[in-house]
Every structure is written in C-alpha cells, then in structure tokens.
Design a binder for this molecule. Structure first.
Ligand code: SF4
Ligand code: SF4
Length: 333
C-alpha cells in the first residue's frame, strides 16, 4: 500500500514460468488477476484472496524495530504471553480457506515459524490443498540442513528471509535489541547460502526466495551493497522503510481524499490468539474484525463490520478509523 515498500525482481512471472502444468499456470494467472482487481478496488470477492495465519506469537529474536523486541510498548505487551493456534484448528482454517476460494496463504505474521514444532505438518497439510501461493517469512536463524531439506521438499511457493543489514555490526545491533549475539550474522548468512546451494543441488525451482531489508537510520548506507550481493543469488529483494509508530506527522486532511488502503479489500490476518485483523501491519493489530473461535472466515469477511470497513477505505475515508488514520499518515511519508 505504500511507497515505503518495494520488491526488486518479478517473482510472479518467474512463478508462472516455473510451474510445471498448464493447469497450475492458468490457476496462478487467474489468482494474480483476482488480486489485481481487488487491490484496485474493481471487485470485492466474497472471500479474501489472501489470508495470513500466525501459527503462534513466538520468536527467538527480539529485533529493536519489532513489537517482540519492545515488550513494554503498547503492541509489545501482547507478545509477553504465548499464544498458539492448535494444530487441528490450523488444519480446519486451511481447509476452510481452500473451500471458500482463498488463493494465497502466508504462515507467519509476527513470529518465527521455524520455531514452531508443528510447522512442517502445517506446511505439508496446506500444500496438499494446492493454494496458488503458500509462503512464510523467517529470520533463517534456525535454518539448519534438516529444515532446509524439509522446506525444499514441501510445497511452499515462496520464502522470505529477513536480514535487514549487510554487516555483522548493523545486524547484531538491530536484530537483538537487548541481547546481542556475536557471530549470529555470519551464521544466518551461511544458513541462507547453504539453503540456496542445496536448492540448486536438489534441482528445485520452488520455493522462490526473497531476502528483505528494512531501512533503519544505522543501516541505510548498506543497501546498495546488500542489493549487489543478493541480486544474482535470490529471486527478489524486498525493501521497506521503517514505519515510525511514535513520530507525529503534520498531515493535511485533504490528503486522505487521494490515499486509500487496499489491504482490507484482499486480505485478512489471523493472529495467534484467534483475533482477526484487516491487515498485517502494526496499526492493524489494534483493529479487530472478528475471532476464528466465534465465526468462520467466510462469516468474518462478509460481516457488516468488515463490509463497512472495506467501504470506508474504498471511499477514501480511511481517516474515519483512528488507527488507519495514523497508519496512512506514517506510511505516506
Ligand atoms: S525476527 Fe521477525 S518476528 Fe522475530 S523479533 Fe525480529 S522482526 Fe520480530
Ligand atoms: S491499519 Fe488500516 S490503513 Fe493501515 S494497513 Fe491496516 S487497514 Fe490499512
């Protein structure tokens, strides 16, 4: 939704090229077409095109820019207690997603999915349902040989490794807010390079691999080198400027008439406690649109609450919701 985010590398064309049957290629193209219609507000489907599922809220890192690394902050408090969606519930959510027409599923939000003991059972279950896209984001710290091989043999279509630095100094400064681990950058870099080698050796096209870089004050000088190093090794580079949740911006109300957020038109995000959000960003964590233990996904998506929320954004009235207002202001600079 914002010019603070860009993806270098056409991962979707690559996905179509790599898919091995005409049926899968055509299904993927239909999904991208649906996605485009939704993000342009041209069509509101009776189901989300994409669903994020946070299997739990656990991470072995405590990055300075993440609520998990800010346990005393407003958002960070919630991560102090463990929340986890039980395996059987995850399977029933995935089954419902498939039944109602969801095309794409992400199995992570604010957590490290490889730290979850059931993650491969969940991925394998989801991949048998044949979503067009099935992916997750990982910090790659737990990416040992066994997990790498399991990922390469699973049906994941994409995986994103979050790095956010091109030196041990910046990596270890930002990624372990209070508990720096010397040597960790080298270890993670090595994990990813080994994973990429194994992928080649196993002659696998999927999952397509992205590495990500969140621009912070102390690492922005490293982005060009980061890009140079990774561009011929991975399928795409995800770049994002940090959203400053604390900063006050001077934002003219007139500007809202030109800016709208399309996330609620194509996605929902299911948090580890079962609450459902209209997006996967920090501001959205304060907006509740339902709970998977009280309603199913179809009911949540088609509820009056969600419909009103979607219409509000479509009609350029995002500032009517205080959290969306703050979100749009901070992501538009
Ligand atoms: S690795 Fe990801 S989920 Fe974990 S603390 Fe860092 S940003 Fe948050
Ligand atoms: S908080 Fe509101 S404006 Fe921000 S991404 Fe979520 S739905 Fe969109």
């Amino acid at each position: 939704m914002t010019d603070k985010t860009k993806v270098l590398g056409d991962i979707h064309h690559k996905a179509v090229d790599f898919l091995d049957t005409d049926f899968k290629k055509s299904s993927y193209l239909k999904y991208r077409n649906k996605f485009d219609k939704a993000i342009k507000f041209e069509e509101l489907f009776d189901h989300p095109v994409h669903v994020d599922i946070e299997v739990d809220n656990i991470c072995n890192y405590a990055c300075s820019f993440c609520p998990i690394g800010q346990p005393e902050s407003d958002l960070g408090q919630w991560y102090k207690n463990k929340h986890e969606i039980p395996l059987e519930k995850l399977k029933s959510l995935l089954t419902e997603c498939k039944e109602i027409g969801v095309n794409s599923v992400q199995l992570s939000i604010v957590n490290e999915p490889l730290a979850n003991k059931n993650i491969f059972e969940v991925i394998n279950f989801a991949s048998e349902l044949n979503f067009d896209d099935l992916y997750m984001v990982s910090n790659a710290s737990l990416l040992d040989d066994r997990r790498s091989e399991s990922i390469l043999n699973s049906g994941l279509t994409k995986i994103q490794f979050s790095l956010d630095g091109f030196s041990a100094e910046t990596y270890e400064k930002y990624r372990f807010a209070k508990n720096p681990k010397p040597g960790q950058y080298k270890k993670v870099l090595n994990n990813i390079l080994k994973f990429l080698n194994l992928k080649k050796k196993m002659n696998k096209k999927f999952p397509l691999v992205k590495v990500s870089f969140i621009e912070l004050d102390g690492n922005k000088h490293e982005f060009e080198d980061f890009k140079k190093f990774w561009s011929d090794k991975v399928d795409a580079i995800h770049y994002q400027k940090l959203i400053d949740y604390e900063k006050d911006f001077d934002f003219d109300d007139e500007k809202f008439k030109k800016i709208r957020c399309n996330m609620p038109y194509f996605r929902i995000a299911i948090k580890a406690d079962g609450n459902v959000r209209p997006c996967c960003v920090g501001y959205g964590e304060k907006i509740n649109i339902g709970n998977i233990y009280k309603q199913n996904i179809f009911e949540i998506w088609n509820s009056n609450l969600m419909k009103k929320f979607q219409a509000m954004h479509k009609e350029y009235k995002s500032n009517k919701n205080a959290h969306c207002k703050d979100c749009i202001i901070s992501t538009s600079f």
